[in-house]
Design a protein around this ligand. Structure first.
Ligand SMILES: [Zn+2]
Length: 174
């Protein structure tokens, strides 16, 4: 990694850890993530890949909590990098349906949400890839107003995501 500041060009880049917060679907998500700061001009840079990791973790939380809202649906679709027509095709519905759901004109179809949540968990939370998302929709995990995420806590690995904080257990995986 190049250690010269993009802004001032000086050789004064320090590795730091910052707390970043973002609001999605009425929940404030916070995570610590690695970044760099220029000791000369103080510019802080977070690598795009770190932001993506953060968004993926948020998507996993929303999927597990079965947040079935226009914003939640759009957020998951965007993090999955799926275009509206592609998702409509996968769901076997006209693309207008996706427009209506994301615009809040229609309530998001629970089956469509389940498919999207399942794709999200399968892709970014391998441990629970076989989670029964329809069942999660019927007994969603409670999601706090403020959520702290730990990006380095095992990643996709064995210790990654726990349901430990919730009174409910993970729904059986069939
Ligand atoms: Zn600088």
């Amino acid at each position: 990694m190049k250690k010269t500041c993009e802004r001032c060009g000086r050789d004064a880049i320090l590795d730091i850890v910052i707390d970043d917060s973002t609001e999605v679907c009425g929940h404030s998500f916070t995570a610590s993530m690695p970044a760099t700061r220029c000791a000369a001009c103080r510019q802080v840079v977070v690598q795009a890949e770190q932001v993506k990791r953060f968004e993926r973790r948020i998507a996993v939380e929303l999927a597990k909590a079965a947040v079935r809202s226009a914003d939640g649906f759009r957020f998951l679709r965007t993090v999955l990098e799926m275009a509206q027509p592609g998702l409509a095709e996968l769901l076997d519905v006209p693309v207008e349906y996706v427009h209506y759901w994301e615009a809040g004109k229609w309530p998001v179809d629970p089956r469509a949400m389940a498919v999207l949540a399942s794709l999200t968990l399968g892709r970014f939370d391998g441990q629970h890839a076989s989670l029964d998302c329809l069942r999660v929709l019927r007994m969603p995990r409670k999601l706090s107003a403020k959520v702290r995420l730990h990006l380095d806590d095992g990643g996709q690995g064995a210790k990654g995501w726990r349901f430990g904080d919730t009174p409910r257990k993970v729904p059986a995986t069939a």
